[in-house]
Design a protein around this ligand. Structure first.
Ligand SMILES: Cc1cc2nc3c(=O)[nH]c(=O)nc-3n(C[C@H](O)[C@H](O)[C@H](O)COP(=O)(O)O)c2cc1C
Length: 170
């Protein structure tokens, strides 16, 4: 059975939720899925394919997710890889042509992913206090960021189902 590793970087839980959903869809599509948080992985486990995503902060991927990909460029370049970002919230959630996080152009060149998709994200003020965000980030988030869940599950499901179809053809 084709083994797929789904890795996520997530500070407030939104990207973890997207990764779990993608994992469920890939599993339902007949693939053998393992889910892992980027900060828990020192060495990238071997798999036949990878789906890697991160929440976006100040137009950057989380350091743990970006560095995991950078450290493992040769291994990832040799396998099918799909990248996703979980970012835009509020009125930006449905804006056309969202800005790509800074890391993506370099990662595209280095590992040639099959796709990079930006999904709308979520901000749950209820989890801010216990999060690893700095006090400045918490202040800015409470004052300036829209609160709510803007994740588009239909778009996420369709993307994951496309990955499952492609991998079944491999
Ligand atoms: C402090 C802060 C900064 C953010 N900066 C950006 C950004 O630059 N671009 C963007 O698209 N989303 C930005 N967001 C929205 C997050 O990327 C979005 O809420 C995402 O779903 C969070 O993922 P996580 O819960 O997995 O960490 C920011 C959110 C916070 C709280």
């Amino acid at each position: 059975m084709t083994e797929v590793l789904v890795v996520y970087g997530s500070r407030l839980g939104a990207t973890r939720g997207i990764a779990e959903r993608i994992g469920d869809r890939l599993g339902a599509g007949g693939l053998d899925v393992t889910l892992a948080a980027a900060e828990r992985i020192a060495d990238l486990p071997k798999a036949d394919a990878y789906v890697i995503g991160s929440g976006v902060y100040g137009q950057h991927w989380m350091k743990e997710a970006a560095e995991l990909v950078r450290r493992n460029k040769p291994a990832l370049a040799a396998k099918p890889v799909w990248l996703f970002s979980s970012g835009p919230v509020g009125r930006w959630a449905t804006a056309p042509d969202p800005i790509e996080p800074h890391e993506i152009a370099g990662l595209r060149r280095a590992i040639r992913p099959r796709d990079h998709r930006i999904f709308a994200g979520a901000i749950d003020r209820g989890v801010l206090a216990g999060s690893g965000l700095s006090s400045v980030e918490k202040f800015v988030t409470r004052r300036l960021m829209p609160d709510g869940d803007f994740r588009d599950w239909a778009a996420i499901d369709a993307w994951a189902d496309g990955i499952a179809r492609e991998l079944r053809r491999n």
